[in-house]
Design a protein around this ligand. Sequence first.
Ligand SMILES: [Zn+2]
Length: 169
Amino acid sequence: MGNIITFDKNDTAVSLSMSNSGTDVFLNVLLISGSPLAETVDQKRLLVFLAEKDQIVSKGCSGFDITELPLAPDTFNEDKAFLISVINAAREQKNWALLDYTPNADIINRYLDKFEAMISAFTVHDINKTALQDWLSDKDSDDPVNCGFPRCRKHGVFLSFFGCQICNS
Ligand SMILES: [Zn+2]
């Protein structure tokens, strides 16, 4: 069991397979390093999307295709650069001291390299035009996305409707 992040694009064979525990750590570091960088609503949405991949409900059901990311064509270039900056912040271990354990940097860097390769290959033409609207229309009025993007007091990361992905893992 584990989780796979894919990029459904014909000429790209990159995918990222992680164990369940590796997935938790991968999401932990993206959220803890990336949350302080988010400024716009679009950027906060991207981190909430990642926070929703919390395995608190079920292990091994957190895979996704990156065309599911809630991206808008209008802000695509900025938001792609934002995702790369989140990956770089995780590589620099920004805010890792807030975690109550030390992630294995060798494993995490391999995950981050593959994730970056997928995001880098993603172009505005690859955007699934309904992904953002589908994602938003699934949300209740009390979803964090509709309530000012609350953050965990302990970790400073954006919450999903499951709560804090780091507190939960
Ligand atoms: Zn937390």
